[in-house]
Design a protein around this ligand. Structure first.
Ligand code: ZN
Length: 161
C-alpha cells in the first residue's frame, strides 16, 4: 500500500517526513524532529519519534539531536501510558537490515509501542507477519486528538522543572 501511494521511496522515513506516502498524522513537529502515528501498526496507539535529518548510524548523528529525539520518545511514552493504560510500553530503535520495508527503515527512529497482552513479546510486536491494525480515518483522528491533548497537558505540567 505504501508503495502504491508513494512509488518506491529510497527512504521510508524521509518519505513520511515529506508527506510523500499519504497522510502523516503528526503529534509534534519542529525544525529538527517529528513525532507521528505510524499507520501500519501491530498495536493500537503506537507512536514513532525521529530526527528529520536522514542519518542511519548512531556515530553520524549529533548526540544532542539524538537526546532530543529520546526526550520526545519519553514524552510520547508518558502520553501513551496516560491515554491507553497499557500493561507496559516498549521503546525500541530497531533500524532495518533488510532495506526499506513497511514501518521499518535504516533512518534512525524510536518506536513507542503499548503492550496490552502479558504474553506479548518483541517478536510479536516487531513482526508484521500476523497482520496490522486497521482503523478508519475517524478512529485515527480520534486517537490523534486524544494524544495531542494529553501531549499538551503533560508538556504544561513540566514547565518550570
Ligand atoms: Zn531518511
Amino acid at each position: 500500500m505504501i508503495k502504491s501511494e508513494g512509488g518506491d521511496p529510497p527512504c521510508l522515513m524521509c518519505a513520511i517526513r515529506d508527506r510523500r506516502v499519504g497522510e502523516t498524522i503528526v503529534l509534534h513537529e519542529d525544525d529538527e524532529q517529528i513525532v507521528l502515528l505510524p499507520r501500519y501498526v501491530r498495536r493500537w496507539g503506537h507512536v514513532l519519534a525521529m530526527p528529520k535529518a536522514h542519518v542511519t548510524a548512531y556515530a553520524d548523528i549529533d548526540e544532542e539531536v539524538w537526546m532530543r529525539t529520546a526526550r520526545l520518545a519519553h514524552h510520547a511514552a508518558c502520553v501513551v501510558e496516560a491515554e491507553m493504560r497499557p500493561i507496559r510500553c516498549y521503546q525500541a530503535s530497531t533500524g532495518s537490515a533488510a532495506g526499506e520495508l513497511t514501518q521499518t527503515s535504516a533512518h534512525l527512529h524510536i518506536h513507542v509501542i503499548p503492550l496490552y497482552d502479558a504474553d506479548d513479546r518483541p517478536a510479536d510486536v516487531f513482526s508484521w507477519a500476523d497482520g496490522i491494525w486497521v482503523a478508519d480515518s475517524a478512529e485515527w483522528e480520534d486517537l490523534r486528538r486524544r494524544y495531542h491533548a494529553r501531549w499538551t497537558l503533560i508538556a504544561g505540567s513540566r514547565i518550570g522543572r
